[in-house]
Ligand binder design. Structure first.
Ligand code: 3HC
Length: 329
């Protein structure tokens, strides 16, 4: 039932002539920039693509708490600890809004959770990398939340109403996250030699995984063509990756840090930076479950779900007793 199994390719896009009258009317609404709402008619592929993307996005927010949660008890000051706690809590909130948006498409939160735990649904590749030092928390805020915002700001205009509306608040909060990360990087980059080295090392390790967050190159992207025709995606993976590099290189220069790419150069003619691709073999390995932390991350989620069973059971038992009491009155 999940769109992980629905492979819409650019080549598979239906022409106007091939569409049923209902599909044609739906496409007209999309082309006119109308929002699609939960009770509106929609093609099954549109529904399944949204469940896949929103579900994967929700899972990313939830799994994304783990690498940072790892540093809450080790934050260097009380103020940094409070900020990190609030950030991690925001990510939980983002996951919840997104699960709610997915539920409007007829899938339950339990089904989505089960699909994550059994490996049928993905979460962002970036969260399969370890956080080894405090500077990694800075790099995550700066680069990972920075990449997330680059991808998510256009999603505020996505064609599905509940997803677009959820993205408005998420993007506002992600901007704070990005700034707190950059603030940590500024402190480290302007600190002692050792702190500066930690900041550079964090940038070295998180640069390419951050570029991978935008997905495979356009030529290998399975869903982009159909998702863009439906305005589920507004930009291609490569367009957003380029925007991210263009925005981030001057920020690294301001920090006095070096992007770990010997081929990085500014092209005056195009007004864009030229840069090296990430290692796509590594990317696809991480997607297959073979990244440095895949097993640990999924294991932590499954354990949290199992450990919370007594709370869910308790609530259910209370609900049953409560309804029986009301029925008896
Ligand atoms: N990590 C894991 N899987 C990825 C991926 C990544 N970085 N990039 C692509 N994939 C997967 C796709 O899900 C798809 O797999 P599937 O067919 O089994 O579902 C496959 O690789 C092919 O990629 P496509 O380009 O065809 O897939 P999409 O059209 O869905 O594009 C995307 C991928 C750009 C990530 C898109 O799904 C998207 O914009 N998603 C919404 C944003 C999102 O999920 N962000 C998560 C980032 S983390 C975050 O927000 C937390 C914050 O706190 C930092």
């Amino acid at each position: 039932m999940y769109a992980q199994m629905v492979k819409s390719t650019g080549k598979g896009l239906k022409s106007r002539k091939e569409m049923t009258p209902e599909e044609g009317r739906f496409q007209d609404r999309i082309d006119a920039g109308e929002k699609i709402e939960p009770k509106d008619w929609m093609p099954d592929g549109y529904r399944q693509t949204l469940i896949r993307q929103i579900g994967q996005h929700a899972h990313s927010e939830i799994v994304g708490q783990l690498p940072e949660g790892n540093w809450i008890t080790r934050a260097p000051t009380l103020s940094r600890k409070l900020i990190l706690l609030a950030k991690v809590q925001d990510e939980a909130g983002h996951g919840l809004y997104l699960y709610c948006a997915a539920e409007t498409l007829g899938v339950s939160r339990d089904e989505l959770t089960e699909a994550l735990h059994t490996g049928r649904m993905k979460y962002s590749s970036i969260f399969n990398y370890p956080t080894l030092t405090w500077a990694d928390i800075g790099a995550i805020g700066w680069l990972v939340d920075g990449a997330a915002i680059m991808n998510q700001v256009p999603l505020q205009r996505t064609s599905y109403g509940p997803y677009a509306r959820a993205m408005v608040r998420i993007c506002k909060e992600e901007s704070f996250h990005q700034r707190q990360g950059y603030d940590i990087m500024m402190k480290m980059a302007n600190g002692t030699e050792a702190q500066r080295a930690m900041a550079q090392d964090a940038l070295n390790r998180f640069w390419y995984p951050s570029l991978m967050m935008f997905g495979p190159s356009d030529k290998d992207s399975v869903h982009s063509a159909q998702s863009m025709a439906w305005k589920i995606k507004i930009n291609t993976n490569d367009e957003l990756r380029q925007k991210f590099v263009d925005q981030t290189v001057p920020q690294a220069e301001y920090l006095g840090l070096t992007i770990p790419d010997n081929d990085l150069k500014y092209n005056k003619k195009t007004g864009h930076y030229e840069f090296s691709d990430p290692d796509w073999t590594e990317f696809f390995e991480v997607l297959k479950g073979n990244g440095p932390c895949n097993r640990e991350r999924l294991g932590a989620r499954v354990k949290a779900w199992d450990d919370g069973a007594w709370v869910r059971d308790g609530l259910m038992a209370h609900a049953v007793k409560h309804s029986a009491k009301i029925a008896a009155e």
